[in-house]
Design a protein around this ligand. Sequence first.
Ligand SMILES: NC(=O)c1ccc[n+]([C@@H]2O[C@H](COP(=O)([O-])OP(=O)(O)OC[C@H]3O[C@@H](n4cnc5c(N)ncnc54)[C@H](O)[C@@H]3O)[C@@H](O)[C@H]2O)c1
Length: 312
Amino acid sequence: MAILVTGGCGYVGTRLTEALLARTDQAVTVLDTTWFGNYLQPHPRLTVHVADVRAIDRCELSAFDTVVHLAGIANDPAADLNPYASWEVNVLATMRLVDRAARDGVRQFIFPSSGAVYGVRSEPRVTEDLDLMPISDYNKTKMVAERVILSYSDRMVTTIVRPATVCGYSPRMRLDLTVNLLTMQALTKGAMTVFGGRQVRPNIHIDDLIDLYLFAQARRLAGIYNAAFENLTVFDIAQLVADQVPARIDTQPSNDPRSYRLCSDRLAATGFMPKRNVSMAVGELAAAYRDGRLTDQPAWHTVSWMKEHNLG
Ligand SMILES: NC(=O)c1ccc[n+]([C@@H]2O[C@H](COP(=O)([O-])OP(=O)(O)OC[C@H]3O[C@@H](n4cnc5c(N)ncnc54)[C@H](O)[C@@H]3O)[C@@H](O)[C@H]2O)c1
């Protein structure tokens, strides 16, 4: 069996590709522009194509059983750098990819949307049944891409995951994600800056998300699933970091209204159980920093890196 992972050189994609190679016998093809580098080690079952998903029309997909479509502009401020290009990558290219996959007989299409598609919500249980009220271009592109993919559900298994903010170590790091950023600040400066602090943010450990993608493929899981296991305030997250990496917590006013808690009961009903938590991610990041695997590199700051290199 063969699987295509677009964005396979990214933060999540690198760890997913490594897991697919280590834990399954599938041939893995990665398609990625490698904007943030390529940290995948050569493997006899791995092929990496440095290519843009916007040119997917030229690719033949009939060899693939499953497509996991992770390539995209992956956060609000990055999408705001060039909204037109963000819609092209996140929506138009997704439309071409899913259409090509359906025509070429791919059996399953797995897509990470975002837990933030619900917008700012006061409901205690934000379930998949609520209307979506995305407040940024990034979240709007995710909402529309979901709808496009779901329109192919009569032709293949379509799996939409709405992940919380991911945390934990990857060879391609992202230091724009709350837990990762605060842990790095604590490690390097002995102080964390929290903007606001009362906003609630759901979280998921990167290894739980990887497990979920493998589970979704193995079970041919169809439909939409929230994937979030700890709804914490940003201040609570800083406190969890400080418990393991002693650091001062400074607070500043915030102009980011996003606050939401996700309910993942639908996913739990499938039998999927998370095995990690935010504290474990903090401990693993601290260990990676101390043994030299984790350093603060310019490419780990997605927005400034994209701006500097005119990416998007
Ligand atoms: N990390 C999170 O907290 C999180 C949460 C929810 C959803 N997601 C979604 O998961 C996916 C992966 O996120 P990530 O954290 O690994 O981000 P990332 O930025 O590390 O990875 C994205 C990868 O896609 C590649 N890419 C971007 N545009 C491309 C294009 N046009 N053609 C080919 N490759 C392209 C980049 O080079 C990068 O390697 C994204 O779609 C993101 O929106 C991430």
